[in-house]
Write a protein that binds this ligand. Structure first.
Ligand SMILES: *[C@@H]1O[C@H](CO)[C@@H](O)[C@H](O)[C@H]1NC(C)=O
Ligand SMILES: *[C@@H]1O[C@H](CO)[C@@H](O)[C@H](O)[C@H]1NC(C)=O
Length: 160
């Protein structure tokens, strides 16, 4: 009797563990910043935004219909960490800016408003994978006064 109970419990726990083993899980990480110089890239006057809402959107490759959507919010370091279940190798997925909590820094930078991500482990065969997305940014309404000098520094630096 006791043995049967143990077997039953064992098989029950196996049944509850199996989906975890077969479901792909992806941690998507990335940052949201405020470009205080409207430079189009991160400078040393850039700061990272806490409480920004980020979306992950997947579309079907053929029909381009949206097949998956989820959201997350950035922490005090401007970093979001969104968990996506299931493999999306048949889909085109990207992170997108949804909302900035800062009224004077809520214009998405057209060049940094999204980041492509590949939510598939078919190539490396590893479950529970960490995926890094490129940083995305909002533009401050008015550039800071020191930006002129700062940008000259960055531009001369890139000429070398
Ligand atoms: C950014 O870098 C420039 C050039 O090195 C420097 O003059 C400026 O003080 C820095 N600004 C900040 C906010 O650190
Ligand atoms: C990002 O900005 C470009 C250029 O304005 C626009 O075409 C695109 O739809 C935007 N993407 C997202 C996800 O908002």
């Amino acid at each position: 009797m006791a043995r049967i109970m143990v077997l039953m419990l064992l098989s029950l726990s196996l049944i509850s563990i199996l989906p975890l083993l077969t479901t792909a899980m992806f941690h998507v990480k990335g940052c949201v910043y405020c470009d205080t110089c409207r430079a189009g890239f991160e400078t040393n006057a850039t700061f990272y935004i806490q409480g920004a809402t980020v979306g992950i959107r997947c579309q079907d490759r053929k029909t381009m219909n949206q097949v998956f959507y989820t959201e997350g919010v950035t922490d005090s370091t401007g970093t979001y960490n969104i968990i996506v279940e299931n493999d999306h190798h048949d889909h085109i997925c990207k992170t997108v800016l949804v909302k900035s909590p800062i009224a004077w820094c809520n214009t998405p930078d057209p060049g940094r408003n999204r980041s492509s991500i590949v939510l598939s482990h078919y190539k490396n065969g590893v479950l529970n994978h960490l995926h890094y997305a490129n940083s995305m940014g909002y533009l401050k309404d008015e550039p800071l006064p020191q930006c002129h000098q700062l940008l000259q520094y960055y531009l001369s630096d890139s000429d070398i």
